[in-house]
Design a protein around this ligand. Sequence first.
Ligand SMILES: [Zn+2]
Length: 655
Amino acid sequence: MRKTLISLACLFLIIQIVSPQIINKVPLSERITGYKINVTLDTDAKTVGGNLEAFWINKSSDTVPDIRMHLYMNAFRSNRTTFYKESGGSPGENEKDPGWIEIESFHDKNDVDLLPMMEFIRPDDGNSEDKTVIRVLLPEPALPGDTVFVKIDFVTKLPSAIRRTGYTDNYFFVAQWFPKFGVYEPAGMRYATSGGWNCHQFHANSEFYSNHSVYDVKIKVPESYVTGSGGQLISETLDGEMKTLVFRAEDIVDFAWTAWTDYASYNDKWRDVNIILLIPKERIKQVGRQFTAVKNALEYLDQNVGPYPWPHLTFVDPPSIGAGAGGMEYTTLFTSVSSYFMPDFLHIPELVTIHEFGHAYFMGMLASNEFEEPWLDEGVNSYWEERIMDHYYGKNSGVLDHRMLKIPDITYSRLSYVLSPSRQVISNNEYSWNYPHGTYSMMSYLKTATWLHTLEGIVGQETMNNIFRQYYKKWAFRHPSGRDFVNVVNEVVRIDHWDKFGPDMNWFFDQTLYGTGICDYKVSGIINRKYSKPAGKTESADTVITFWPHSDSLYTSTARLERAGEIMLPVDVLIHFTDGSELLESWDGKARYKDFKYTGYREIQWVKIDPDFKIRMDVNFNNNSMTKDPPKVPLHQLISKITTFVQYFLSVMLL
Ligand SMILES: [Zn+2]
């Protein structure tokens, strides 16, 4: 297909989408794809139907014979889809109404009917019941620089609420709902050695991957419905009992929207960003908390990572009938969670809001391939969520701030990771749906956040901020891989700490991100011995006595340390002596066993490895310290164990 044959309609779409940037003066992304969608919500039939015009530009130097698109909604078509097979086989009680998407017509820019060239493909598992990816053979291959333009009539039947999409009664959350291009990866992009489409099926354990696009979306809904989306509202016109809303969004990776009769809509502003909150009318008490939370996240990520580049943001606190839509991100639209009664000491709405907003950075701007490297979004985002929560809601009380019990957010990932029986599965070379023993969440969220906090403990928080500022600067809107992230860490640490860590941090990543080992340092003993004077036939002068003349009160003391896990990381060791003095030692953590020995008029009273809890990957903090004379009733240990249990119980409940 050659550029010279581009039809007027196609030209109009591309000019409209690519040139006059209605929202941003300068495009934030390459805009390889764009969509113009015109649909009507049928609230009785639970369908969204209409047409879509879209383009994909072949920016590679390849001649590409086909296009591939996701039809995500077909994941809910039957209980034989790959999604259902991976989730246990059959829809649950509340998921009985299936969802699907039908392509009614498919044309190219010359009005050539492409339906006969369309086939369902199953690149991941060959499951013939799965219809979530289509391949369309083009009448002429797309040459480098060509623009492929398509016109599609489609109808999407929404399922009863499942996986953050669908309907319940008159509540609609419309996500993963339209035909959407996969990503064409030319050689050299991420891990691609040759060009090809990256277009995975819908899986039970996976999120998404997409080019940044421009969306012009016209939605017709009954007049009584309050509607919000990831776009900016450009116009709203009334036509009898129906109204038409026109939204535009630029440089986002997905477009979702919601409609419900009982939303209340609130507005606020952070700098130049217009923020809209849609929330059930009776939850007015949560409005202030929700706006404060999202503004905290905007401020913290702006300071420590980079600017939020869009002038708008909509977030939704779904009603209980739509609770299944809560806790999901679509860049400039995300969903939170709260309820009418939400005690002030429990920061769940804040946590979900801050987490989902954070995805605007790691899923929305950096936009890594979540099918293949989910940790780059979920794990990195969890690390930042934990920093933000503990920064704004208390270092020790980010999640729960009650006088009887306080829980910092930073403990959440670590506890869930260290208590997971499968914490040693292979880390990084599995696609999302291949993680064994149900370890997708543990590996992509929890272990990643834990090793990121550990990295922070080693290089310091300011260097960590520099790493993310550089990562953002270099890779925002460019789909980095895990290797790109590691390279940025190496570049920044080389500048900040060449003297300490040398040319790269690969030794860290080989063990944590790519390794299967665990980290466990322990104090295995404290030995204080009265110094014994030389006796018998000694060969040389006693230099100890020369240096310490009052030998009767002289001790030789040893702190015995052990590396019980495979992972080797540098650790601090605090030695406390009976005279109140302390020494902070550094251990490179490499040897299996390590002794720190001292001679003097003092004994070692206690020893603490990693006193500042920098090495959060250490799976057992209890063995990090030892006291010379342990108390007969180790009450503090008991309390610590009970607290750990309660924290773990709550963390599992919140997962
Ligand atoms: Zn998330």
